[in-house]
Write a protein that binds this ligand. Structure first.
Ligand SMILES: NC(=O)c1ccc[n+]([C@@H]2O[C@H](COP(=O)([O-])OP(=O)(O)OC[C@H]3O[C@@H](n4cnc5c(N)ncnc54)[C@H](O)[C@@H]3O)[C@@H](O)[C@H]2O)c1
Length: 307
């Protein structure tokens, strides 16, 4: 039997996630949205692309959670995106309500699912989903690090004029201006980038990575990035559905790892069929640990504001 993935929110990120998932023939897809006709219309349009793509998957859309029953993975993208001049944190209150409702209904229909939260502000929304679902930590994950590290990889590859395939990047911390890209664990064909680029260049690429989402928001003016975010979501879904034991940077609820407890933060996670299998810990320098601590403080502040 084919796997089943529900995507809540059939907007830019949600619908594009459905597109990548279907084109990879990874799972049957159910799109859910509050706006009548949008999930149905987008699902039907995408379904009609499948004969051309040669993929046998079912893609349906609904305003109700009934058809989502028994999903293996539920991706939550429902919520407002940023507009120019807004930070991710400005979205806190409005999106918390949406994520709570979406989680309640999704887990009622799919009590065994693995939740991947995408709605911003990401780390705080993961906490909303965790509290609402009551799921153990292995079944609540947030997507941000795969996207942030893909942005860092893009800039490193362009700077060194090498294939993106040769570049691995390591990003920790919350999804926001406090993210912590780690150059000494970021490599080109296995060589750490501090051996290939001077410190000023690395600093420039790190800054562009941390501001990567904002750069796109200011260009689009009416919304935020969705091609790279949705492809990053599918990387996590793929690792889970194929039980790959793949290490990817994700937001996970920490229980002592990296010296942190009781909050979601971006860390390297081993993903497989049960969701989060383990956090892949590395030893950080004093400066890196301090930067991660600052990032954690920003997440704690937002979670406290949730009440
Ligand atoms: N974590 C990341 O790295 C990352 C990257 C990109 C975007 N995002 C976030 O993802 C979210 C979605 O972004 P987008 O560009 O797709 O926005 P969008 O406005 O295009 O789509 C959001 C969709 O959610 C729907 N929605 C609203 N309330 C709902 C509810 N209660 N139930 C079901 N659907 C509901 C809306 O009708 C809309 O179709 C935003 O919060 C954005 O900031 C996160």
């Amino acid at each position: 039997m084919r796997k089943k993935v529900t995507i809540v929110g059939a907007g830019n990120v949600g619908a594009t996630t459905a597109h990548w998932l279907a084109a990879k023939e990874l799972a049957d897809v159910v799109l859910v949205d509050v706006v009548e006709g949008i999930p149905q219309g987008k699902a039907l349009d995408l379904l009609q692309a499948m004969p051309v793509e040669g993929c046998d998957v079912s893609i349906t859309g609904d305003n109700d959670y009934g058809p989502t029953a028994g999903s293996d993975v539920v991706v939550i993208t429902a919520g407002f995106p940023r507009k120019p001049g807004m930070s991710r944190d400005d979205l806190l209150k409005a999106n918390a309500q949406i994520v709570q409702t979406a989680t309640e209904k999704a887990v009622q229909a799919s009590p065994q699912c693995i939740l991947i939260v995408v709605t911003n502000p990401l780390d705080a929304m993961c906490e909303v989903a965790r509290r609402t679902s009551g799921f153990p930590r292995n079944r609540v994950l947030g997507m941000a690090g795969v996207l942030d590290s893909a942005r860092f990889r893009t800039f490193i590859a362009a700077e060194l004029k090498v294939s993106v395939d040769n570049v691995h990047a390591f990003v920790l911390g919350g999804h926001g201006d406090q993210m912590v890209p780690l150059p000494r664990f970021s490599t080109v064909a296995g060589v750490p980038i501090p051996e290939l680029l001077d410190a000023a260049t690395i600093e420039r690429l790190v800054k562009r990575t941390a501001a990567g989402g904002g750069e796109i928001v200011s260009l689009l003016k009416t919304g935020s990035a969705y091609y790279a975010p949705s492809r990053a979501i599918v990387e996590m879904v793929d690792a889970i559905l194929k039980d790959k034991h793949k290490i990817l940077p994700c937001a996970a609820y920490l229980e002592g790892e990296f010296g942190m407890r009781g909050l979601f933060l971006g860390v390297p996670c081993k993903l497989g069929a049960t969701g989060l299998e383990s956090v892949f810990e590395v030893t950080l320098t004093v400066e890196e640990q301090a930067a991660l601590g600052k990032s954690a403080d920003a997440v704690r502040e937002l979670v406290a504001a949730l009440g």
